[in-house]
Write a protein of this length. Sequence first.
Length: 448
Amino acid sequence: MTSHSAIRLPVHRGPAAWSAILPDDRGPVALDGDLAIDVAIVGAGFAGLSAARRLLENDPATRIAVLDASRLAEGASGRNSGFMIDLPHDLSSDDYAGKGLAADRRITALNRMAIAFARTNVEEYGINPAFFDPAGKINGAAGIAGHHRNLSYASHLAALGEPGEMLDAKAMHEVTGSRHYVSGLYTPGTVMLQPAGYIRSLGEGLRHAGVHVLECTPVQRLERTGATWELTTPNGKVTAANVILANNGHLESFGFKRKRLMHVFLYASMTEELDSQTIARLGGHPRWGVTPSDPMGTTMRRIDTAQGGNRIVTRTCASYLPGMLPSEAALARAARIHRRKFADRFPTLADVPMQYSWAGHLCLSWNGVAVMQELETGLYSACCDNGLGTVRSTLTGIGAADLLSGRNSEIAAHFLAEGEPARLAPSPFDSIGANLFLRWKEWQARRE
Ligand SMILES: Cc1cc2nc3c(=O)[nH]c(=O)nc-3n(C[C@H](O)[C@H](O)[C@H](O)COP(=O)(O)OP(=O)(O)OC[C@H]3O[C@@H](n4cnc5c(N)ncnc54)[C@H](O)[C@@H]3O)c2cc1C
């Protein structure tokens, strides 16, 4: 017999705004009594839902349950900025260029497989196209240093044979209504998600396909007896021959990969719905997404009625929290910074209130690898998003499902070849060092 207990469960700081702005919340569907199935998946984010979908593709007769501690889209999968990026987007670099041309071509091909997989989900489950908008994105530069970073990234893309279009300050103003940007680099392959809309609809589509998608059902303990895993939850027990842990950083809460996973929280704020006068004052297009030319800068996004209202989303600030618990004070600090960044970009809208501010959990490894493997007999993982889970966790979910099904898969092979996440510096040096480093990088990127 082998067992693993969760020493902590997810705690979400701030509301899941992307979900709160959508209509039609019909209330949670939780586990109600014991259940016996073939595969139990822990976590209903990009990784867990993609794993369920792929298992069905591999064998439609598989009996599957996905269990989440919270509501669908309450976790990071519904708390992100919604950029499903096809190109290399290396957050540890100065300008997103990755680890060389061959590696970047490979990552781009994999990212596009994730996007194609999500597009099939959208088509087959009838997901609202406003939740999956293949509009591309802009890397915005607010100063000369940012502009040079964009030029450097553009030449890297040209070497990869990828298209990109430089926009001048006037074009950036026409798109965003902001005079903050001196230039931008538009790339067409990013899909802009309404993340909660996509995740909730994917969960609903899986339910219609016969998958038990269970919310408010935290898995407290995993225990293997003979050939069966038993999952303990407050609402009943689930037994399954195989389990996929798709709970990202909370993999460590079950005791796996201790001292190898970095828990980073990102923060974002969303305005209240803009009224027609404010929209007229703002100008620009009704939908756009701007990532910063410096990876540690500020992401801005404008959404429209079909995506949950005319609003602007500001994302900046990060903290390294091995205890996985962002404080109210950290969220309040981030919210103040969001207000300032928003006002810098839209001085004529500086009085527009922020309706929501929130934090969300990323899981990184020092060497940038994911944890997609068979951890123990019949126990698989699709974890460690490295900050780009709309694509990366979609891929680890697919990979874990393929590994479990015995399907010969390029995606699974990619992650299996990555190796283990590197060991981290001992506490408290990891935490102090990482937070100092993040503050320093934020300061360097302050204009962007
Ligand atoms: C502010 C912000 C902006 C971001 N912007 C982007 C972006 O633009 N593009 C991008 O690609 N990425 C972005 N990200 C990152 C992205 O959100 C994550 O990479 C992604 O959500 C990871 O998906 P996942 O399925 O691996 O994990 P998660 O979304 O974290 O899902 C794991 C699930 O497991 C559940 N869980 C944990 N423990 C248990 C348990 N014991 N029992 C049951 N359930 C459990 C959790 O409730 C959670 O729902 C952003 C993140 C934040 C916070």
